[in-house]
Design a protein around this ligand. Structure first.
Ligand SMILES: Nc1ncnc2c1ncn2[C@@H]1O[C@H](COP(=O)(O)OP(=O)(O)OP(=O)(O)O)[C@@H](O)[C@H]1O
Length: 302
């Protein structure tokens, strides 16, 4: 069942399209990473989905919502740079946003306490937010986004600005939350996406260039690769490798030649035959596999 269905979503600023006709659905209970380099259009997309920015064209449909209905009840949103009143305590802040979300004061207090427990800042609930660490602020931000029990939680770069400890705390929290709610979060770090998401939407230049489960994308983009190193000038060997029929692509990385091949056995035979025939000073000949990292780097470089 889809929690949200997006069709032909477009955003243009002064005629310049930065989001170019997105189509996707998010299945209930999934944790999905919107992955893309800086400027890909992730924030713009999340702001449209959360109702903060009016799309230029296209439609966004939330499960259970009727036409023209206020969609804020369906979503919780944590912006990339959340703003807190530093003089408020964590608990005061949550009760305040709970009331803004139309909870009664009693319900807002109850929900605030539950969430403070969940995001592990209950002990610090009566401290001013100004004293919180970056990780604590971000976890408070996630609690704020969940105060009205939304069916979809959207987090814009929730861990990018945090130190390793804060990052770990927030990733652990997200790992827990994904058992209870559907999550869409943006990131430009593949490792974070791989660590906690089920599915990826890879975005570049305002378009979704890849979509699917981590497993299926890993499988799809896994091709065979040999890594070769030589004594002496490596580049001359790159030219000779390029001429072999079995080789699809070559590139240099850290002084080694990486060659992408279609068929491992044929390539192994051909490369070694050439190496023996012309007495190559090989110091490394290793089979590895391309990863999602290679896919992402390829997308980002274009
Ligand atoms: N209000 C605006 N007016 C004009 N251009 C904008 C506006 N908001 C965003 N853009 C442009 O839209 C493009 C996409 O920006 P967006 O912030 O959505 O990307 P992003 O993927 O979230 O990047 P980042 O990771 O840096 O936040 C960028 O080129 C940006 O300059």
């Amino acid at each position: 069942m889809a929690v949200i269905e997006v069709q032909n979503l477009i955003k243009a600023f002064k005629g310049d399209q930065v989001v170019k006709g997105l189509n996707f659905t998010l299945e209930k209970g999934k944790c999905v990473a919107l992955l893309g380099p800086n400027g890909a259009g992730k924030t713009t997309t999340l702001r449209m989905l959360s109702g903060l920015l009016k799309p230029t064209d296209g439609s966004i449909h939330f499960e259970g919502a009727t036409k023209g209905e206020d969609i804020r009840q369906y979503i919780g949103y944590l912006p990339q740079y959340p703003i807190f009143h530093p003089w408020m305590t964590g608990k005061e802040f949550l009760v305040y946003v709970g009331q803004l979300a139309h909870l009664s004061k009693k319900d807002a207090i109850e929900k605030a306490d539950q969430l403070l427990e969940k995001v592990a800042i209950f002990e610090a609930r009566n401290q001013r937010i100004g004293k919180y660490s970056g990780g604590m602020k971000q976890r408070l931000g996630i609690a704020q986004a969940m105060i009205h029990s939304p069916q979809l939680l959207m987090l814009d770069e929730p861990v990018s600005s945090l130190d390793p400890l804060g990052r770990r705390e927030v990733l652990t929290l997200m790992e827990e939350l994904k058992q209870q709610t559907t999550i869409l979060f943006s990131t430009h770090i593949l490792g974070d996406a791989e660590e906690i998401s089920d599915d990826l939407l890879v975005m570049h230049h305002g378009e979704i260039v890849e979509a699917g489960s981590i497993e299926s994308l890993r499988h799809k983009h896994q091709t065979a690769k040999f890594e070769l190193a030589f004594q002496g000038d490596t580049t001359t060997y790159q030219e000779r490798l390029k001429q072999l029929e079995c080789i699809q692509e070559t590139f240099l990385e850290k002084g080694e030649i990486h060659v992408i091949v279609e068929d491992i056995e044929t390539a192994r035979r051909e490369i070694l035959k050439e190496a023996i025939a012309t007495d190559w000073p090989l110091v490394k000949f290793e089979l590895s596999r391309t990863t999602l990292e290679d896919l992402f780097m390829k997308v980002v470089k274009n």
